[in-house]
Design a binder for this molecule. Structure first.
Ligand code: 5AD
Ligand code: SF4
Ligand code: FES
Length: 383
C-alpha cells in the first residue's frame, strides 16, 4: 500500500464517493448511519467515556493560521504561559477528580527553551502524581529530537490535527511560508508514530472553501495513517482572524454541526476501536453539541482545567463554553450530561486507544503492551 506520508498524494480509492454520499444523507438514510455508528461504538468501545483534563498551557504561538484567534499577529490577545506550579496544581486536580489523563496544549513554539521547559514540566508532573496520569501533548510541530525527549520524559500521546488533508485547502487557510508547510505536518505525524506515541489527529469541519470531497478525504486520511485518536470539530469563526471575511461562505451553525456529527458517525464505522473526541467546538455551536457527539460515536471528553483567570485569553474561536466555570463545576455538569447521553464516565482509567493497544500486540506479540484500560490511579488518590 502506498504510504501517504511519502508525498502529497492523498489516499482516495473507490469509497470516497460513498463517504460523500453518507455526508449528504438525510431522513431515513441519516438515521441508519447514526444507528450503525451507535451499534459499532457499543460493540467496540462500549458506553465508556474517558476524560482528559485540558490544560491550556500557553497562548504564545509563532504561527499565524488564518482561522485561529490566538494567531501571532492578533495584537488583542493578552499573552500568558502558566507557571510550573499552576500546571502541577492542575495535574493534582486531575488526579483528585479521577480524570486520570492530562492534555497539555499550547501554541506552537519550537525554541530549545520551550522544549526544555516542557521536559522539565513532564518530569515534575510525573514526580508530583506518581506517574499516575496518562499524559498527552498538543504543542504543534516540533523537531523529532524534541518529540523524543518529551516521550522519554513521560508523554505517551500526541495530538496534531492535520486540519485538512487537502494540500490546496491547507494552503488557503494558512500563510504561504515555510512555517505553515503541509508536508512538514505530515512528516511530524510520521515522526510521532515512529517514536511510539499514540497518535491523534483531526480536522476542522465546515471551513470556507471546503467541500464534502475534502471531508471524505480527511476520513480516508485518518484511516490511511492509522490514527489512534481523532479530534474533529466544526470550524467556528473568530472576528479577529483573516478567515472571518469569508464568513458568508459558511454553512448555518445547525447544518455545520450536523455535518460534524456525520463525520464522527462515519469515522466510528470506518475505525471502530479508535478514540474519538466530543470536541468543545461542538458545544460552541450547540449547547448539547458534545452530548450529540457522544451519541454519534465519540467516546472522549476533554474538560477544561485551566485556571479560570487564563481562560478568556485562550479563545481559538467565538462562543467557547466553560469560560467562567471552575473545574469542579464542569465535573458535576459533565457527569450529568454524559449520563443523559446514555454513557458513563470511567473515572480513574487512562482509557488508552484500544486501536493502539491492538496494533502494539500485533507488532510485538506482547499482550500486556498498551493495556492500560484498567489502570487505576490508587496512588494518585493518596497524593
Ligand atoms: N474553529 C474551530 N477550531 C479551531 N481551531 C483553531 N481555530 C479554530 C476555529 N476558528 C482548532 C485547530 C487546532 C486546534 C487546537 O484548535 O484545529 O488544531
Ligand atoms: Fe498557533 Fe495552533 Fe492557533 Fe495555529 S491553530 S495559530 S498553531 S495556536
Ligand atoms: Fe463546563 Fe458544563 S462542562 S459548565
Amino acid at each position: 500500500m502506498e504510504n501517504p506520508f511519502d508525498n502529497n498524494t492523498l489516499p482516495d480509492g473507490g469509497s470516497k464517493e460513498e463517504i460523500v454520499g453518507w455526508l449528504r444523507a438525510r431522513g431515513e438514510e441519516r438515521a441508519w448511519l447514526f444507528a450503525q455508528a451507535a451499534r459499532i461504538k457499543r460493540e467496540h468501545v462500549g458506553n465508556s467515556v474517558y476524560l482528559r483534563g485540558l490544560v491550556e498551557y500557553s497562548n504564545r504561538c509563532a504561527k499565524n493560521c488564518y482561522y485561529c484567534g490566538i494567531r501571532r499577529s492578533n495584537p488583542r490577545v493578552r499573552r500568558y504561559t502558566m507557571t510550573d506550579a499552576e500546571v502541577i496544581e492542575a495535574a493534582r486536580y486531575a488526579c483528585r477528580a479521577g480524570y486520570a489523563s492530562l492534555v497539555i496544549q499550547g501554541g506552537e513554539l519550537s525554541s530549545t527553551r520551550r522544549a526544555r521547559e516542557i521536559t522539565r514540566l513532564l518530569e515534575k508532573i510525573g514526580a508530583a502524581t506518581g506517574n499516575s496520569l496518562g499524559i498527552t501533548l498538543s504543542l504543534g510541530e516540533q523537531p523529532r529530537e524534541t518529540l523524543r525527549a518529551w516521550k522519554e520524559a513521560g508523554a505517551r500521546r500526541y495530538l496534531l490535527r492535520v486540519e485538512t488533508s487537502n494540500p490546496a485547502l491547507y494552503a488557503k487557510i494558512h500563510p504561504n511560508d515555510a512555517r505553515h508547510d503541509f508536508q512538514k505536518r505530515l512528516d511530524t505525524l510520521r515522526h510521532l508514530r515512529e517514536l511510539g506515541y499514540q497518535v491523534g489527529t483531526g480536522c476542522m469541519i465546515g471551513l470556507p472553501f471546503q467541500t464534502l470531497d475534502d471531508l471524505a478525504g480527511d476520513l480516508l486520511f485518518f484511516k490511511e495513517i492509522d490514527a489512534d485518536m481523532v479530534g474533529m470539530g466544526p470550524y467556528v469563526e473568530h472576528e479577529e482572524t483573516p478567515l472571518y471575511r469569508h464568513r458568508e461562505l459558511l454553512l448555518p451553525p445547525a447544518t455545520r454541526l450536523d455535518l460534524a456529527l456525520k463525520m464522527i458517525a462515519i469515522l466510528r464505522v470506518l475505525m471502530p476501536d479508535i478514540n474519538i473526541v466530543a470536541t468543545t467546538a461542538m458545544q460552541a455551536l450547540d449547547k448539547i453539541g458534545r452530548e450529540k457527539a457522544l451519541k454519534a460515536g465519540a467516546n472522549i471528553i476533554m474538560p477544561n482545567i485551566t485556571p479560570v483567570k487564563y481562560r478568556a485569553d485562550y479563545l481559538l474561536y467565538e462562543n467557547k463554553p466553560c469560560i467562567d466555570e471552575e473545574a469542579e463545576q464542569c465535573k458535576e455538569c459533565l457527569d450529568m450530561r454524559v449520563r443523559l447521553a446514555g454513557d458513563e464516565i470511567r473515572y480513574g482509567e487512562w482509557g488508552d486507544s484500544r486501536h493502539f493497544a491492538r496494533r502494539t500486540v500485533e507488532k510485538t506479540g506482547d499482550e500486556h503492551a498498551g493495556n492500560d484500560q484498567k489502570h487505576l490511579i490508587l496512588h494518585a488518590l493518596n497524593t
